[in-house]
Design a protein around this ligand. Structure first.
Ligand SMILES: [Ca+2]
Ligand SMILES: [Ca+2]
Length: 507
């Protein structure tokens, strides 16, 4: 049984917001009023125009503090909201506030209506927990791409594409993203240990071209004199050499100083305790970075020097690019080495939770008593640049297959979102199949804001819970093992709005 909330909404407002493109849609005359017939329905009316006659994606945002914040959860809406809205006068969104179990009596409600003729919706999400990880070649000249990426808190993309000499060097993508979302943090992918082979034939002004030829004197060879490969498509570079580190940093500085697009920092790919080489590489002999004839993995001195060189590289990058330049680490070293983590602003958990964490992997990742759980590692990182940024990502497709062999896809980003909410981590969605067997950047279909957290997560047996301004998130740990480690539930204003309950379909 539901208890109807008493809703008093006396305030009306005219707040509009639209994405800035030629022939933008325009929203005017936004009004919000509760019906007086006792139905609990609230009408949000607005006028919508678009000079070149596009249909428009319309997003409603609500504020319960007079327009200071816009993360009041919006659900139970119908009418002229969402995709394909035809411009005209007197468009109407009906918000069934009476369905909300919790009392939301408040005279400070405000509404604003966001419009996009690129088909992008801008639902408010809970603060600081959404990341985009997309190293593919995005078409930054497409307004829809800019709008989609602007919804994130943390954007991890390929630096090469946006720096000078890159495919999108002439598009002021970062400026456009920040115009739409001033808080977005945008980091450029940079390798910490290799040079792309194709950089040799890239645009001479471009990042990977310069990187290739400047690091060429420092390419690594194996104990049997072969070219040391990182992947079949990239060569290992020798960061043990101070000169190598210097040209790496100088190249990043040159890109930042000479490009239209200036990043907030870099995504270093990546720092492990020892060199990692793809199993696809068929080298004769092992990489030998210190040239003593002993392969890297049999050479304790070399591995020690490799770890020291990583610290030198990060420290020198900070000296050259400043405290405000974000250094974000992929790789497993920072997951367990607090001194190293303290040099960075955050870490990427790739293929989370399948790397690094002992089985059952997710149980360890979220165990407050395990020293390297996400909760214990997060405080190691720097906070000066808005971090710590701990990003949970996986491009693997997961599904639950029931007794009837019916597979239900489970969107990892949604699962990670529940975790992100518990500990101020970031969830990266990979929900779109790219047609060739990969799972690439996508976006959640049901991210509704919970507002600000009211305190830290609370751990109680198999449950982890956290209260928010407008709701609650709960994880109930099951097997704790990838891919279906737990169930989760998210409530908003007393209503269960999101749930993962394994098993599906099973009678
Ligand atoms: Ca238009
Ligand atoms: Ca050696």
């Amino acid at each position: 049984m539901r208890i109807l909330g008493l809703v008093i909404l006396v305030a009306t407002t005219v707040v509009t917001w639209s994405v800035v493109w030629a022939a933008d849609p325009e929203v005017t005359e936004v009004n919000l009023a509760q019906r007086t017939d006792g139905s609990g329905l609230v009408d949000i009316t607005y006028d919508l125009s678009d000079a070149d006659g596009d249909t428009v994606a319309v997003t409603l945002q609500l504020s319960d503090d007079g327009g200071i914040s816009w993360d009041f959860p919006v659900f139970n809406t119908s009418g002229d909201v969402g995709q394909g809205i035809i411009p005209g006068l007197g468009r109407n969104i009906v918000w069934d506030a009476g369905l909300i179990p919790q009392n939301i009596d408040n005279e400070l409600f405000r509404a604003r209506v966001l419009s996009s003729d690129a088909g992008v919706e801008f639902q408010a999400h809970s603060p600081h927990n959404v990341a985009i990880t997309d190293f593919s070649l995005a078409d930054w000249s497409d307004p829809a791409v800019i709008e989609k990426f602007s919804r994130t808190d943390l954007c991890l993309v390929m630096g090469h594409h946006l720096w000078m000499g890159g495919e999108s060097e002439a598009v002021d993508a970062i400026q456009q993203l920040k115009a739409l979302n001033p808080d977005v943090v945008i980091l450029a992918y940079v390798s910490v240990k290799s040079a792309q082979l194709w950089g040799e034939n890239a645009d001479p002004d471009s990042f990977w071209y310069k990187w290739f030829f400047r690091t060429e004197p420092y390419f690594v060879y194996t104990t049997l004199g072969e070219i040391g490969m990182d992947w079949p498509t990239s060569r290992l570079i020798n960061i043990l050499e101070p000169g190598c580190r210097q040209v790496m940093i100088e190249t990043i500085m040159e890109m930042q100083a000479g490009s239209l697009n200036v990043f907030d920092g870099i995504y270093w790919d990546y720092f492990n305790n020892v060199l990692w080489v793809s199993p696809d590489v068929e080298n004769e002999g092992d990489p030998d970075m210190d040239g003593d004839g002993i392969g890297h993995w049999d050479d304790p001195d070399e591995m020690e020097a490799y770890r020291a060189a990583q610290i030198e590289l990060v420290t020198a990058t900070r000296d050259s690019l400043g405290e405000g330049f974000i250094q974000f680490f992929n790789g497993q070293r920072a997951y367990a080495d607090s001194n190293f983590a303290a040099l960075g602003d955050g870490a990427f958990y790739e293929l989370f939770p399948t790397l690094f964490f002992p089985d059952p992997d997710m149980q360890h990742a979220l165990d407050p008593d395990w020293p390297h759980s996400l909760f214990n590692v997060r405080p190691w990182f720097r906070t000066v640049n808005g971090g710590p940024y701990l990003v949970l990502g996986s491009t693997w497709y997961t599904a639950f297959v029931d007794d009837n062999h019916v597979a239900t896809p489970i969107i990892t980003g949604d699962k990670f979102r529940a975790i992100a909410l518990l500990g101020d981590f970031y969830s990266s969605w990979n929900s779109s199949p790219d047609g060739i067997g990969h799972w690439v950047y996508g976006w959640t279909s049901h991210d509704i804001s919970l507002g600000q957290p009211l305190g830290p997560a609370v751990f109680e047996d198999e449950f982890i819970r956290r209260d928010f301004q407008y709701g609650k998130v709960e994880i109930e740990m099951g097997s704790g093992a990838y891919p279906n480690p737990f169930d989760y539930r998210i409530w908003l204003l007393g209503e269960l709005v999101s749930e993962l309950a394994i098993p599906y379909h099973t009678p």
